[in-house]
Design a protein around this ligand. Structure first.
Ligand code: ADP
Ligand code: MG
Length: 182
């Protein structure tokens, strides 16, 4: 898939009604799960509420096989933590209200076996700061590591991962672009 392809939208009010819908008028609504090539392509969707972003996080979670790093990029308030709520709800049954950006602690660990981490690099300044964090060790584990402010890694990402970029389109609209890095 290329970035020239039509943008897609997540729609539906409840978790049972989620659908990924092509904007092209001829296409039928398709369940997101049918996009099993999710992690091998580059595509964008638009969500129109936090609930839709959480729902998309739940769907994205189904595609994450550890070891796996997810770099979440975009300005403050663009929806990174909201997506993480959906991913953690799906992978570890974490209640949404227990998920916050680990802005001060930097790393939150979930699950019984140390296999799921939520990292926030907001306060990290530069490669030197990054090196002192001990993230290398985390990234060498058979774990799923979700990293907010992933752009702070630059191009130096140590293993295959997804890059997920968030753009604030105004009001409650967000464009979320998912790209696999090899
Ligand atoms: P970040 O982690 O990128 O700083 P958060 O996910 O913490 O952002 O915050 C996003 C804010 O925007 C929340 O207050 C959320 O309710 C609101 N919001 C409104 N519309 C959306 C949307 N479509 N997707 C995600 N968040 C949204
Ligand atoms: Mg956040």
């Amino acid at each position: 898939m290329t970035s020239d392809e039509p943008e897609k939208q997540v729609s539906g009010k409840g978790s049972d009604e989620r659908q990924l819908v092509n904007e092209a008028p001829t296409s039928e609504p398709q369940p997101l799960a049918r996009h099993s090539s999710l992690v091998t392509c580059h595509f964008s969707i638009i969500t129109r509420s936090p609930e839709e972003t959480v729902a998309f996080g739940r769907e994205l979670a189904k595609e994450l096989q550890p070891p796996c790093t997810v770099l979440l990029e975009g300005e403050l308030g663009s929806g990174k933590t909201t997506l993480v709520k959906g991913i953690l709800a799906s992978l570890a049954s974490v209640p949404e209200d227990e998920v916050t950006s680990p802005t001060f602690t930097l790393v939150h660990e979930y699950g019984p076996e140390g296999k799921l981490y939520h990292v926030d690099l907001y306060r990290i300044e530069g490669a030197r700061d990054l090196a002192t964090l001990g993230l290398d060790e985390l990234l060498n584990r058979e774990a799923t590591v979700l990293i907010e402010w992933g752009e702070k890694f630059g191009e130096d990402v140590p293993r295959p991962c997804l890059r997920v970029r968030f753009e604030h389109l105004g009001h409650d609209e967000r464009r979320i672009t998912v790209e696999r890095q090899t």
